[in-house]
Design a protein around this ligand. Structure first.
Ligand code: IPM
Ligand code: MN
Length: 355
């Protein structure tokens, strides 16, 4: 009997070049992990028309977790199942500066924060349409004082924020801040949304998170308008601890956060629900460097350490992270995005050598 079963979806374009050596490295640690490979759907279909094979669904259901490579075409359907099918509502995206990596900040030391991005609601329900079709609803813009349907040909998109969806991700963020506080972090949650322009939807996000904050008196809490937060993120990232954002702002600002920390090549993520979690690099599929063995595997490897932590291999996860930090400090086996000349597999071997 294996101790854990992990579904691996290697992803598209250059993504498998990061996932394969990561899996190999962990496999060599002999933790009793069984790796299974769900077959993914047909290439090139729109996200919402997905035909996600039943067999893949089953393999994911029977696994403890999924390690996911970046998706463009065929693997994107898996993402729909991993998010909405498995109700993984808290997308956790840490940014921690590792000495030796190339951050654009003059003083990146001490940057160590986590964005918790609500992962299932907001604009991600993919409800869009022609504005003419809004006529029966008689939707009036309070800004224009006229019916939206009268604006002529165009499209609308729907943003949905629910009380329950906001409350569960807010609880997740506060619990995370508590866990981090025991590890010496300040214990603070920063929430941002655009509640001045969207007083109902983003206003609800603000109100529900503020209510949840009341039951965490041991955790500091600050509320911001999201554009102001973007400024704060760039100017004072050392002051951040846990950041809670609705889905779309979280998507956009987690890429910005990755840039601050040294680039998308370094940024990991884990998406957690009550019964399942999957782990994935924040970056895309890097089609421009496919087949060259130069994709930075750091983001995938750090996502894998978050996965090991989730599976209960806490000590092993820390060992890998320490080994990676050592390789960055020494700077001899870094990939081109970090100013080095090493290949993907050289970097992974260098980390393995430190384990
Ligand atoms: C991400 C990605 C996805 C998203 C895409 C691939 C749908 O950008 O995980 O951040 O927007 O959530
Ligand atoms: Mn994104």
């Amino acid at each position: 009997m294996p101790e854990s079963r992990v579904a691996v979806i290697e992803g598209d374009d250059a993504s498998p070049e990061a996932v394969k050596p990561t899996v190999e490295m962990i496999d060599n640690m002999n933790l009793g992990i069984e790796w299974v490979y769900p077959p993914v759907g047909a290439q090139g279909e729109a996200l919402h028309n997905s035909i996600f094979p039943e067999e893949a669904r089953q393999l994911i259901d029977e696994s403890d977790t999924t390690l996911f490579g970046a998706a463009s075409g065929k693997s994107a359907f898996a993402l729909v199942y991993l998010r909405w099918g498995k109700q993984t509502y808290a997308n956790v995206r840490p940014t921690r500066f590792m000495p030796g990596c190339q951050s654009p900040l003059a003083q990146p030391e001490g940057v160590d924060f986590v964005i918790v991005r609500e992962n299932l609601e907001d604009m991600y329900l993919m409800v869009e349409g022609a504005i003419e079709s809004l006529a029966p609803a008689d939707l009036v813009s309070p800004i224009l004082q006229k019916k939206v349907a009268e604006l002529g040909p165009g499209k609308y998109a729907v943003k949905v924020i629910t009380e329950a969806g906001t409350e569960r991700v807010a609880r997740y963020a506060f619990e995370l801040a508590r866990r981090r506080k025991t590890g010496g972090r300040p214990g603070k949650v920063t929430v941002a949304s655009k509640y001045n322009m969207l007083p109902q939807s983003d206003g609800l996000f603000r109100d529900v998170t503020a209510r949840v904050a009341e039951s965490y008196t041991d955790i500091d809490f600050e509320m911001m308008i999201v554009d102001n937060f973007a400024h704060y993120l760039v100017r004072s990232p050392q002051e951040l601890d846990v950041v809670l954002l609705p889905n779309l702002y979280g998507d956009i600002l987690s890429d910005a956060a990755a840039g601050l920390g040294g680039g998308l090549g370094l940024a990991p993520s884990g998406a957690y629900g009550d019964d399942y979690a999957y782990f994935e690099a924040v970056h895309g599929t890097a089609p421009d460097i496919v087949g060259r063995n130069i994709i930075n595997p750091t983001a995938t490897m750090l996502s894998a350490t978050m996965m090991l932590d989730y599976l209960g291999f806490k000590e092993e996860a820390q060992r890998i992270e320490a080994a990676m930090a050592a390789v960055y400090r020494e700077g001899r086996f870094l990939t081109p995005d970090q100013g080095g000349t090493a290949r993907t597999t050289d970097f992974v071997k260098a980390v393995e050598g430190k384990l």
